[in-house]
Design a protein around this ligand. Structure first.
Ligand SMILES: [Zn+2]
Ligand SMILES: [Zn+2]
Length: 121
């Protein structure tokens, strides 16, 4: 298989709502415009900046893959996106939401349908 045929894989940054730990989420384009989160791993903030993880912009549908291990901080299996554009973990239960990036609270807006996470705050 040539490298060109490898699946699109990007890493976006997220943050745990409980521990406020930054973590990377590996997202694979399993079909055209169909993205699955398949892995999550703890990273340091400065490493995330250095690697440019948060520059990824994904277009299309987004789903949590069944093999996704959950948030490294609290094992929450979901992801939600705040109005500020940043991702955080979601345990699937809490209705009230406080963003660990911008500290704004609010109601959850439903499923993440695109990931245009940006690193600069
Ligand atoms: Zn978490
Ligand atoms: Zn926010």
């Amino acid at each position: 298989m040539s490298p060109r045929e490898m699946p699109h894989v990007v890493v976006v940054t997220s943050r745990c709502r409980h521990s406020r730990q930054t973590f990377g989420v590996r997202v694979e384009e399993v079909k055209s415009q169909d993205w699955h989160a398949t892995w999550a791993f703890a990273i340091k903030d400065d490493a995330a900046k250095r690697e440019g993880y948060s520059k990824a912009i994904l277009r299309g549908r987004f789903a949590i893959d069944h093999q996704y291990p959950g948030c490294p901080g609290c094992t929450g299996k979901g992801l939600v996106k705040c109005q500020c554009g940043q991702l955080s973990c979601f345990d699937g239960e809490t209705r009230e939401f406080t963003c660990p990036w911008c500290n704004r609270g609010g109601k959850l807006g439903g499923a993440v349908d695109n990931l245009s996470a940006r690193g600069d705050r």
